[in-house]
Structures are given as structure tokens and as C-alpha cells.
Unconditional design. Sequence first.
Length: 279
Amino acid sequence: MILVTGATGNVGRNIVGQLLDAGEKVRAVTRDPGNSGMAADVEVLPGDLTRPESLTDVLRGIDRVFLFPVFGALDGFLDVARTAGVEHVVLMSSSAVEFPEPGWIGQAHLDCEASVAKSGIPHTFVRAGLFMRNDLGWAAQIADGGVVRSAYGTAAAAPVDERDIAAVATQSLRTARAGSVHTLTGPESLTQIERVRIIAETLGRPVRFEELSREEALKHLVGQMPEEAASFLLDQLASWQGTTAEVLPTIEQVTGRPAHTYREWVGHHAADFEAAASR
């Protein structure tokens, strides 16, 4: 049986669905099973990764685990997992660990990878780049006047669809190869300005990008994430100005199908953008 932690999150929920489609038995752990929204054929148990004493029953009979990175709190979980006989862990990590200066986010993920490696449990690291889903953070701005405001509009990235991250994790859980590292990007290099244009074209509504100063952007982001993370994100955007982002073939190599394009992702989430407009 496979345990999915972070099962109610954007990647985790997709992993659960893909594992069920593949005929796997799935258990999910959440602090609030009654509100998990999981399918009836998923075994949902209460538990908290920050409280290892709550995980004994959760890990009983589990041989593989998708591990969501709870920063600073994985060692206890991994101790219980090793005692329970878990045979493979697939850790959700970040491509930021590979940056010359990993910064706050990259270092937090490096610490998680170190914890998994130290546990001695065979493992796979799935290092995702920028999530396409982050751009749903623009939905309220698009709904309120059709203007996306951010810094470094010409910064290029190759954002990745959460369904593709889940597909690589799912394949890694089903055909475990100890020591594998999968670094993921989307299939195309796009600036923020280009992504806003694709959103406008796909939704069929006028949307434009408006440049903010770094100070203005930082003030906006600090309301959504820790200041260290916001500063790191802006540093990366600044370094990506006028560049072409690297595009990796990893998703197709692992899954056997092409990665979803940004336009496909926007179409998949059109209802989420429209929902923001109706609020």
C-alpha cells in the first residue's frame, strides 16, 4: 500500500487520483479526515507529520510513501517509517536546491533531502521548478480590472503543471528506483508578460501586465509568504530577466508523454480564474 502525505494539496491530490487510476491501494494522512474530500476508495487516517507519535497506525502496512516536505519536521516521521518497514520514499523537493545560491527555499529543501538520505530508506527526489499553479495568484487581479502587477516582467521561466509533477511522483512510487533524482520543468520558456498574454488569449478577455518596482512587489508578496521566501523569489526573477529558461525532457522521459503546455494548464483552470471574477 502507498501512503500519500500532503494528499489534500495540489500535487498530492493529483497523485492520489493517478495512483487509483493505476489500480494501486492508497492511504492518505491528514489532520482532518472528515474534510479531506478524498474518493471513497482511499483509506484516510488522521495524523500529523510534526507529531511522530500520531503516525504508527498511519504507517502500518505501508511499503511506499510520497513525502511532502514539512520543513524542519521530517526526522521523526522518517524514524517511524523506517521502524514500520517502509521500503521507498519519494520526496517532493525543489529545483532550487541546484541553484548556485539555493537561498532560503533551496536550503529548506536541501535540509529535507538530507533528512531522507540520512534515514537510510531508499528514496527518489522529485525536484520541481516553478509551479504553473502559482499564477492562480494573479486571478484576483485579473478579475479586478484585468491588470497583473508584478516585478521583472521579462523574467523567463519554464513553469511546470502540477499534474505533471504528480505523474512523475506516481511513476516513481510505482516503479521505485533508489537514488533517482528527477528535475522537472515545463515544456517552454515564458516570461511573465508572455504568460499573461496566454491567459488573456485562453480566457478570451483583456488582460495586461503592469511592471512594479521591487519594493512594491515585495510589499505585495509578503502578505502571501514569509519575507525570506518573497525576497528569494524576487532575486530569482531579477536574475532571469532577458534570459531563456532551460527546458528539460524529464517529464516525457519518465511518463512517456509530453508535458502539459502553459496554455493547456490555463484551459484546465479556466473555471478557477472565472471563479475569482464572480466573487
